[in-house]
Design a protein around this ligand. Structure first.
Ligand code: ZN
Length: 465
């Protein structure tokens, strides 16, 4: 069945408003790979959708990596204690959490400006923006500030404080699972990263859109055929931690998406999986650029490359999962990327809404795709007597009849509905509705994934005795 009521126009608008409210609530939290900012983020997500939460202890191996120590920060500042400085905070974590390099080790010392300079990061060509910097896997510390403020700093001395803990703890991730109604336990994975502090498009738009898609699936009037598993975890180490704990599940993954950067003004970009021809890739190409569906005429399809977000791990050769990535502007391709200018003014509710609608349609196609088999393949079955065809002859077939003919003709067990839609140059939804009608009339059945297509020789001879 098609999840056609997943996010109709009015529902997409209110889902985008809810996504916006979640982004506003999450924006002030100081997230990182680990720590209480991530837990508070998962708490807020858990108010919207059911979550299964996992805490992985520091030091746990994940392939060539290991779970780092947990980082929690309470406060940080650089205070001018020189003549005339009056102890004023010239850089203050409480004003913006991007001011501290993520995973900075604790510091408390007096320094001159010259001593401090190597620990400062700013953007000379964007003097009003604070850069986002991290040092996850090398012990160091640093402050990020507007270049304009940096140029105003006097000789000091400065009191430099980072009041943080970097200690054995846990990495937190969470899953929301919508069980499929079918007999199979095939799954679709959706991953979005949760490790960026006050950045709106990069991480919060992906989180909020994933939450709303999951919520729509949880409440869909028609239950999905496949099991949908949404994972909220930090970039790289989060997907590696999840993969290392779920290898037995990976054989069931039929499709999947990494989501992020979905609120900026850019057009949608789908990046192919490593294999390039998976169900996810074919469904995305049909929905984003299909010949019969011009709604996203501006959307772009990108070839796979090994740089990006967590598709790097899911599409590494040891897994090679059928996972693509959906973003608006890809990472590193817009000026505000990884700076304080990636705030709520960069993103638009209308962009969240249209990303959600495209995703809902993509999810419906992935979920409803199946391989049909014509049970009456010798000649055309009589559709009129089954109430499927206009009773008055002579006119050209309507759109529905046209789709019925295509499905019957192509349903030899070698093609799925998506391939039929592409060959017929029809929207997937029309082909799916025709297939459902033919199934109800007993003229079609779905081949199980493990079932081989009947070869043409045996079909010519007729059904087995
Ligand atoms: Zn990022």
């Amino acid at each position: 069945m098609l999840l056609d009521a997943l996010l109709p126009d009015d529902a997409a608008g209110s889902a985008a408003a809810d996504a916006w409210a979640l982004i506003e609530a999450l924006y002030p939290l100081c997230r990182s790979l680990t720590g209480d900012g991530v837990r508070q983020t998962l708490d807020r997500i858990g108010e919207r959708i059911p979550l299964i939460r996992t805490e992985v202890p520091s030091g746990t191996p994940a392939y060539d990596w290991e779970i780092p120590r947990e980082w929690n920060i309470r406060d940080a500042w650089i205070a001018d204690v020189g003549p005339g400085g009056n102890g004023r905070r010239v850089v203050d974590f409480r004003a913006h959490n991007l001011h501290v390099m993520g995973y900075s080790v604790p510091v408390r010392q007096m320094m001159t400006l010259a001593e401090l300079q190597p620990y400062l990061h700013s953007l000379p060509d964007r003097p009003d923006w604070i850069p986002y910097r991290t040092s996850y896997y090398r012990e160091q510390w640093g402050f990020c500030l507007r270049h304009r403020d940096r140029e105003r700093l006097g000789p000091g001395p400065y009191e430099v404080v980072i009041d943080a803990d970097l200690a054995p703890g846990h990495l937190s991730y969470a899953e929301s699972v919508i069980p499929g109604q079918g007999e199979s336990d095939d799954e679709v994975l959706v991953y979005t990263h949760t490790c960026h502090p006050s950045l709106a498009n990069d991480n919060l738009s992906g989180i909020a859109v994933a939450v709303e898609l999951a919520r729509a699936l949880h409440h869909a009037p028609t239950k999905p055929r496949l099991t949908w598993r949404f994972i909220f975890g930090p970039g790289t180490i989060g997907s590696l931690a999840w993969l290392s704990r779920n290898e037995e599940r990976l054989g069931r993954v039929r499709a999947g998406l990494v989501l992020g950067l979905l609120g900026d003004p850019g057009v949608l970009h789908y990046k192919h999986s490593r294999r390039g021809d998976t169900l996810t890739d074919r469904a995305a190409a049909h929905v984003l650029r299909g010949t019969a569906t011009h709604e996203n005429a501006e959307a772009k399809l990108l070839d796979f490359e090994p740089y990006g977000y967590d598709e790097r791990q899911f599409c590494s050769p040891g897994f090679d999962l059928p996972m693509g990535r959906l973003t608006r502007s890809p990472n590193s391709t817009y000026a505000e990327y990884h700076t304080s200018a990636d705030d709520l003014t960069l993103i638009r509710a209308a962009q969240l809404a249209s990303a959600l609608q495209t995703l809902a349609r993509l999810a419906s196609v992935i979920d409803a795709n199946r391989t049909p088999l014509n049970l009456s393949p010798k000649g055309e079955p009589r559709l009129g007597k089954r109430g499927l065809y206009g009773s008055v002859g002579g006119g050209a077939p309507g759109a529905f009849e046209h789709a019925l003919l295509w499905v019957l003709n192509q349903a030899d067990g070698s093609r799925d509905l998506l391939a039929i839609a592409e060959r017929a140059r029809l929207p997937f939804e029309q082909v799916e509705q025709a297939a459902s009608a033919l199934e109800r009339a007993g003229l079609l059945r779905t081949l199980e994934r493990t079932e081989a297509a009947p070869d043409s020789e045996s079909r010519k001879k007729g059904p087995p005795p």
